[in-house]
Design a binder for this molecule. Structure first.
Ligand SMILES: [Zn+2]
Length: 79
């Protein structure tokens, strides 16, 4: 079983779909580089909520597929 399931879930700007944001450490707000929309991290996370769930579901399916493949390999070895 491979163990590098690490995939970055990129957040998208709900206005323009841009994936680059500027973040000032002193402020809670982040700014989309492309359309300059300013929002809080929570707003951005909320806007991306459905997308993140989709990614997690896809990841689960991928892990399950690999586990199944590993198990069938194990059975083959026993024959
Ligand atoms: Zn934007």
């Amino acid at each position: 079983m491979k163990d590098d399931y690490g995939r970055s879930i990129s957040l998208q700007c709900p206005t323009c779909g841009g994936e680059s944001f500027e973040h000032d450490e002193e402020k809670p707000d982040i700014k989309c580089v492309r359309c300059e929309r300013v929002m809080t991290k929570d707003e951005l996370r909320e806007a991306n909520g459905a997308r993140i769930e989709e990614e997690v579901d896809a990841l689960k399916a991928e892990v399950f597929k690999d586990v199944k493949a590993d198990i069938s390999k194990m059975f083959k070895k026993w024959k």
